[in-house]
Design a protein around this ligand. Structure first.
Ligand SMILES: *Cc1c(COP(=O)(O)O)cnc(C)c1O
Length: 377
């Protein structure tokens, strides 16, 4: 009889649930017993915990990370005729929200070492229409915030951090999300702090901005049934808030486990012809994904698959090359580093509960692939 193939997934959400099951069940029960399912004390308590965690004055729970970005840009007055600068090497939502408001996304190429917006290319993209800059801390790697904030301040534009993949990461000691005008987080289940469904939050030190987002998320009403602006139905569920508050206690531990496992990969793969993740000095990354780059990307992924190991491409098409943005007329090669990264990068399995055994198996299969090619550095 054939042996069943060993399997390693990119992520295992049930393993994490097993570790915290009694606390999560209790949190769910507390909400169900309370009768408070929308807004109310569980949401407020989690918002306070998140503001404290990020070191900001305010946190405003919303329905998901996309809405965190959307409501923030809306509250900042982004609309038709405006431009918002972001990176093309990110999840689609980063640009989508700009377009939803009738504004135009302007893409700035990435630094190939970090895959983040290259601040050296930012200033050339600023025009009189620029209303905000939206850097994305991609894969949990902090953006060069000082450089970006300096340019933003010089040109008097807002900085909205897309921190959806980077909860807990630090830039020069400060939590990501607390450095710009506002920071936006997603609690999509696969994120480092994932709920059991959708969820999102905005953190900020700006009282007026916080107030506006609080109004926007409840149909633009203040008080209830009195509407001053067109808003949204975009709230963080009490159930999600209560479960996320349990998980927030563990986020630093989980992120450290991710860093430790990333360090194990770095050490074990360093003599192969692979570009490994690079974290700049004075930054603490949280490895939402462990991204490597190789000219054999597709072949390596097929080899891993044959051995039962999952891998993934984040993201196969940079946003300026998406069909929906063809009218923006970015030529092939216009944002060359992003295009190159889309062709050569892939994620290996990395999550806090990944066992030593499974990681060693992944390492041995990757090594076997490169050794068969005779490709050692
Ligand atoms: C996940 C993600 C979002 C959107 O978050 P949702 O909660 O799925 O709406 C936005 N930007 C980035 C970079 C993301 O990774």
């Amino acid at each position: 009889m054939e042996q069943t193939m060993r399997k390693v997934s990119l992520l295992d959400l049930t393993a994490q649930y097993e570790d915290i099951k009694p606390e999560i069940k209790q949190a769910v029960d507390n909400v169900l017993e309370s009768g408070n399912y929308i807004m109310g004390p569980f949401v407020k308590s989690f918002e306070q915990a998140m503001a404290e965690y990020c070191g900001t004055k305010y946190a405003i729970g919303v329905a998901n990370g996309t809405d965190a970005l959307l409501l923030t840009l809306d509250a900042l007055g982004v609309g038709a005729g405006d431009e918002v600068i972001t990176t093309p090497f990110t999840f689609f939502a980063s640009a989508e929200v700009i377009s939803q408001l009738g504004a135009t996304p302007v893409f700035v190429d990435i630094d190939p070492d970090t895959y983040n917006m290259d601040p050296a290319k930012l200033e050339a993209a600023i025009t009189p229409k620029t209303k905000a800059i939206m850097p994305v801390h991609i894969f949990g790697q902090p953006v060069d915030m000082d450089e970006i904030l300096e340019i933003a301040n010089k040109h008097n534009v807002f900085v909205v951090e897309d921190a959806c993949q980077a909860i807990g990461s630090r830039y020069k000691g400060k939590r990501i999300g607390s450095l710009g005008t506002a920071g936006c987080f997603s609690f999509f289940p696969t994120k480092n702090l994932g709920g059991y469904g959708d969820g999102g939050i905005v953190v900020t030190n700006d009282e007026e901005l916080a107030r506006k987002i609080q109004i926007l998320r409840v149909h633009g009403s203040n008080p209830k049934y009195y509407h001053s602006v067109i808003g949204y139905n975009s709230r963080l569920d009490a159930l999600q808030a209560a479960m996320l508050q349990v998980k927030l206690k563990y986020i630093d531990q989980w992120n450290q486990q991710r860093r430790d496992k990333a360090a194990i990969y770095n050490e074990a793969l360093k003599d192969l012809s692979i570009t490994l993740p690079y974290v700049k000095e004075n930054r603490e990354a949280v490895f939402h994904l462990y991204i490597i780059q190789t000219k054999y990307r597709d072949e390596l992924m097929a080899h891993l698959k044959e051995h039962g190991i999952a891998s993934g491409v984040y993201y196969p098409v940079p946003l300026h090359k998406q069909e929906v943005y063809s009218d923006l007329e970015y030529e092939d090669g216009s944002l060359a580093e992003s295009e190159k990264a889309s062709l050569g990068t892939m994620a290996l399995p990395l999550y806090p509960e990944l066992t030593m055994d499974d990681q060693e198996y992944v390492i041995s299969v990757v090594r076997e692939f490169f050794e068969a090619k005779g490709e050692r550095v």
